[in-house]
Design a protein around this ligand. Sequence first.
Ligand code: PMV
Length: 347
Amino acid sequence: MCIKGKVRFSSPSNIAIVKYWGKEPGDQIPMNPSLSMTLDHCRSFTTIDYVIKKGYEPHIEVVFEGKRSIDIEAKLQRWFTKISYFFSWLNYASLKVESHNNFPHSAGIASSASGMSTMAMCLSAIDAHLNNGQMPGLDVQSNISRLGSGSASRSVMGPWVLWGKTDLVDGACNEHAVVVPDVHSYFHNLKDTIIVVDKEPKRISSRDGHTFMELHPWRKGRIEQAHQNLELLINAMKKGDWSLFQKVTENEALSLHALMLASEGGILLWKGNTVDWMHYIRDQRKRTSLPLTFTLDAGANLHLLYPAEVKDQVMDIIESSPVPRLEILHDQTGKGPLMLLDEYDHC
Ligand code: PMV
């Protein structure tokens, strides 16, 4: 058996409303369920040139954003040992990987989510050629992504995605994400305008971040809070209740950072402008009554969320802000990965 080919996918990042922060013992098992919106524009693009031949020594070469990356090669090799349970052919695969993102680093956008999910999609397409054209199911694609980066499990589908065990949604589990059913049309098309106030790579690695929760004094309370917020959020999204959505969104963003602040070492990722933007958005919301809310990833930059219908008014608010910013990125609700190329042959 020998096949060779070239496959390319793009896959989006996502922004969590209920945050995944902390793990349970095991392989990438979340401490609590999380729920995110899949993005549309902020994407990773990955191409894999491959030869799969029984008897080959496995080999991987990675070029990331134009430069060979030994670090990513090592990370992928560790990931392959976990996922060879699904794709045993990785033990005799020769892979040349080229990957890049269409969004800047350190902009408060999870590049591990888009990057690992785009890799998982490419490997799934290769697997299909070794399995009579049958792509692994969405649950396997998500599971494989999860083993690379937890939040990546939520990027292989859209628009609203839940990962982690809960009785609130059928099929929800720790191993793979599921699409949130029953979302009111009010939430079908939200804008996510990202206000970049800091471009330094200050975002703590999520690997470190999750370990801070192991002995965190608020761990038990945080797990309860996340489950409660998830229930409120799912109800808000079912009913089209913006004000409840907004309440949960900001509570989760601020709680994520409160957990970090209360961690050993006191992790403070906000800049002065982060705080000023949060005050400004709340003041403007009070003044205009517009449906406008913010969330934050593990970094200083803000994601402003609002329905597409109020885009012009929100852009006026952003443009007339006295608070400085470095850049604005525009995104919105998205559907998930896209296959861009898939050619192969027997060799
Ligand atoms: O998937 P990771 O290990 O990069 O962790 C993601 C953590 C947050 O982005 C802060 C929250 C989330 O749920 O995406």
